[in-house]
Write a protein that binds this ligand. Sequence first.
Ligand code: HEC
Length: 109
Amino acid sequence: MKRYLYLMLGSLFLSTGLWGQKTDKPGADIFMNYCSACHGKKLEGGQAPSLVSDEWKYGSTQKAIAHTIKKGVPNTTMVAWENMLTEKEIKSLARYMHSLKKKHRQLNR
Ligand code: HEC
């Protein structure tokens, strides 16, 4: 009986591991779930201003992005996410958004 339990746990571990490998960036998944409704799937904007065509108002370093995500932007629909996401998730989100921005810049040149 115990062996089946280990087998089940093992396959669970494996499947989540493989799933993670496919996207290779957990920040991407969080972004799709929580942020893309307003920011667009590729930061192109929607309800929120595009973050690829314009300069970022609040800074586009990973540190500045993480800060905006944590604290939000007062008087806009951009809420503070610090109570909803972990520190690690915010970091990987910041890394993800930063990489999208960089990729876009390279495409434009
Ligand atoms: C309900 C809509 C909404 C959702 C959901 C949302 N945002 Fe925003 N966000 C906004 C708006 C609107 C602004 C622009 C505020 C401004 O221009 O003053 C913004 C601004 C930002 C900025 C700053 C951009 C700049 O110009 O410097 C970052 C970074 C950001 N959002 C990240 C996120 C992340 C990460 C998530 C998901 C965890 C998220 N947002 C979810 C509406 C949203």
